[in-house]
Write a protein that binds this ligand. Structure first.
Ligand SMILES: NC(=O)c1ccc[n+]([C@@H]2O[C@H](COP(=O)([O-])OP(=O)(O)OC[C@H]3O[C@@H](n4cnc5c(N)ncnc54)[C@H](OP(=O)(O)O)[C@@H]3O)[C@@H](O)[C@H]2O)c1
Length: 333
């Protein structure tokens, strides 16, 4: 019997086509941890694409198996963990695919404290259509709610709406009763974004961004996956006591704005990070994604299902803005 497992290994110090290689790992090469998981699905996230292509400093170890998301079933676990062989589980964040061999492999070994039992209504496939993007959308909703954003205050604008986090956030916020205005640079997908629940889709490329410290207030709140000039525009256009949740940097990491929106309109700029949450909190968020925060119509948000060997090419397409929705990775195909 072959006791090795396919894995997508990234060598950070190597450029070009040799940077990423489909290889096989033996059980004693899976890294530290007390729980072994047979991975069924992973997913491709923006951070994965940065690591695979070497476009951003994502990898903290090299060589490393990529993939910040994984879902499958427990193979072995210590009795004290409460996990049993065959249990359906997921792992997201916690350094997976950044410091520790990640989900682009048929087998992972991780500390028990990273493992989230799948809620009853999810299987590894639906969990990975959500993945880090769905988890982040839930954190966005939590942040908005905690800071008193309500649907009654008016529309919330979501940027990068065709992306994984963007599309799932549109879907989740509309399912929770918020009126969502989406911003996307892909006119061909505007109908698709409307079908997710957005009342209106604006073309990012034609937006009058303005320049004054305060422009006319247009939204009661905002969720931004782009950063840079788009986030600066949102600070100028969110109404009194509105919340802006900064999620990503697909358009740039800088932020040039003034204090005016914060001191004259009482706007709040909030952050979310999917990475570092105690296990109890991560489990609670995943349970809500299977409960009152369930995101309907997940198959509609799934755009591609790819094999491990197709991850590098898909990563380049993602960073070129040529993908949309969620990309599922079938690690056993
Ligand atoms: N804070 C956290 O914990 C957390 C968690 C997950 C993701 N993120 C971040 O959130 C962002 C989105 O992640 P994702 O996985 O959803 O990625 P994604 O699926 O690639 O979505 C990104 C979207 O941004 C837009 N975009 C792409 N390239 C762009 C560019 N050069 N300039 C302006 N807009 C561009 C596109 O939307 P349109 O064409 O529709 O405009 C694209 O669909 C990334 O920066 C990621 O690192 C953060």
């Amino acid at each position: 019997m072959d006791a090795t497992f396919p894995a997508l290994m990234i060598r950070d110090e190597v450029a070009g086509s040799r940077r990423v290689q489909l290889t096989r790992l033996a059980a004693d090469e899976l890294g530290e941890g007390d729980v072994e998981v047979a991975v069924h699905y992973s997913a491709l996230n923006y951070k994965d694409a940065l690591g695979i292509t070497g476009s951003g400093r994502v990898l903290r170890n090299s060589p490393l198996v990529g993939g910040i998301d994984a879902a499958g079933e427990v193979v072995t676990a210590p009795a004290a963990s409460g996990l049993r062989p065959g249990d359906a589980v997921l792992v997201n964040g916690c350094g997976l695919g950044e410091r520790h061999h990640g989900g682009f492999a048929a087998r992972i070994r991780v500390p028990a404290g990273w493992v989230v039992p799948l809620p009853a209504g999810m299987d590894p496939r639906s969990a990975m259509i959500l993945g880090t993007a769905g988890f982040t959308a839930a954190l966005v909703l939590q942040r908005l709610r905690d800071n008193h954003q309500t649907p009654q205050m008016g529309p919330v604008v979501v940027t990068g709406a065709s992306g994984g986090v963007g599309s799932l956030t549109v879907r989740l916020l509309t399912a929770q009763g918020f009126e969502v205005v989406a911003v996307s640079a892909k006119p061909a997908l505007h109908d698709w974004i409307r079908s997710l629940g957005a009342v209106k889709v604006l073309d990012r490329r034609g937006l009058p961004l303005g320049w004054r410290p305060l422009e006319s207030a247009r939204w009661a709140g905002a969720v931004d996956t782009l950063g840079g000039e788009t986030l600066a525009w949102l600070t100028r256009t969110v109404a009194e006591r509105g919340n802006i949740v900064a999620v990503g940097l697909a358009g740039g990491a800088d932020l040039r704005t003034t204090v005016m929106p914060f001191i004259l309109r009482g706007v709040a700029l909030l952050g979310v990070s999917a990475d570092h949450h105690p296990q109890e909190d991560r489990c609670a968020v995943w349970r809500r994604l299977d409960g009152d925060w369930a995101i309907p119509g997940l198959e509609q948000i799934l755009s591609e299902e790819i094999a491990l060997g197709e991850v590098p090419a898909a990563s380049h397409r993602m960073l070129a803005g040529e993908t949309h929705g969620r990309i599922l990775v079938d690690v056993n195909r």
